[in-house]
Write a protein that binds this ligand. Structure first.
Ligand code: LTN
Length: 349
């Protein structure tokens, strides 16, 4: 695996600035991001440009972009060690999307499952919804990314990004590194508290079924108290037979770091009521310091904007050599002094 100056593989994550973030997003997302920054050269991009591809409210976009930014920092990302930024702050993303649209196939875009599903659901289908995966390919390719942590629903989009990179490399000369996906392992997924056979989801879960990262301690306690358990009374990990209890054990593991078997032992003989209360309390304890940092930062937009500006500057510097190489190889005329093509070589080339 090729690497940067620090010899660390480069990771690019795109985070949507939509919806209230849940405990599921923490477990599968935020928690991993903070770990990734220790071992990788990590880019965390709030993909606000993607948000306009379906109907949205501008004021809400602005608020939820700042919410997500504050949550990324509150859950442990460090603006110095990682690169945390808004996609719209780095114009290279919009530019790359246009340039790459030359090597993205119309037919392949039309076969994207997400496009087909979303375009069925919306009355107005924007051109942006169709070209969404091209913007996403640019996000990834601009940084000569090695690894892209994504959900299973994004597999097809990553495959398309690789196809786009290969076609560009073939037509214009070796320019892009081909990224690999890093997909979530089964298990460790947080399920809906009311319906433990479905994923905890911002859009699909009921209010009682999802724990939001900004829920008050009392709300959290209530949600766990009313969580669905299973027949029998053993606290035992068995997702097939006991999805409710198993989910609560997983959540307890996320909140405390205690291995599942140790948790089973310590709740041996305890009733479900006592167990559920303990899980709720553990989640309250987990979220308290995160919520405190979130509130402080969310209330200080100047500081938040300063942190995002630090990230944007780093992202601009990191993406510029690749963008310049794209323009140059595609035959565009050098924009003149101060915009020297190839002043810096893309990472790894
Ligand atoms: N499409 C992704 C969000 C996303 C992304 C990216 C993820 C946009 N650009 C680049 C990884 C890399 C989603 O819906 N989760």
């Amino acid at each position: 695996m090729a690497a940067n100056a620090d010899n660390k593989p480069r990771v690019f994550s795109g985070i949507q600035p939509t919806g209230r973030k849940t405990l599921g997003n923490y477990s599968g997302g935020f928690r991993q991001y903070a770990q990734t920054q220790e071992t990788h050269d990590a880019f965390f991009c709030i993909v606000d440009l993607h948000s306009i591809t379906v109907e949205y409210d501008p004021a809400e976009l602005r608020d939820s972009t700042l919410d997500v930014a504050a949550m990324l920092f509150a859950t442990g990302l460090d603006s110095e060690r990682s690169t945390v930024f808004c996609q719209s702050h780095v114009t290279a993303h919009a530019e790359a999307a246009w340039l790459l649209s030359a090597v993205a196939s119309y037919g392949q875009l039309g076969r994207m499952t997400q496009f087909k599903e979303k375009s069925d659901r919306h009355e107005f289908v924007s051109a942006g919804l169709f070209t969404y995966p091209v913007l996403m390919a640019g996000d990834i390719l601009l940084y000569q990314t090695d690894l892209v942590p994504i959900g299973d629903d994004q597999r097809q989009h990553l495959e398309l990004a690789r196809d786009i990179a290969e076609r560009f490399n073939y037509r214009y000369g070796e320019t892009f590194r081909l990224p690999d996906g890093k997909f979530p392992e089964v298990g460790g997924r947080v399920m809906d508290l009311q319906d433990p056979t479905s994923k905890m989801s911002t859009t699909l879960s009921s209010e009682q079924g999802a724990v939001y990262l900004t829920d008050t301690p009392d709300t959290i306690r209530k949600k766990f108290k009313s969580a669905v358990t299973d027949s029998g009374r053993e606290v035992r990990y068995d997702p097939k037979e006991k999805p409710g209890v198993s989910n609560l054990l997983e959540i307890m593991n996320v909140a405390t770091g205690e291995p599942i078997d140790a948790l089973e032992q310590s709740f041996d003989g305890a009733g479900y009521g006592q167990f559920k209360e303990a899980v709720g309390e553990a989640v309250v304890t987990l979220l308290a310091p995160i919520q405190e940092r979130f509130e402080a930062l969310r209330g200080d937009e100047r500081e938040l904007q300063r942190l995002l500006a630090v990230g944007a500057e780093k992202a601009r510097r990191a993406s510029e050599p690749t963008l310049e190489a794209m323009y140059e190889r595609m035959g565009f005329v050098n924009a003149g002094p101060g915009r020297l093509f190839g002043a810096a070589r893309p990472r790894g080339l």
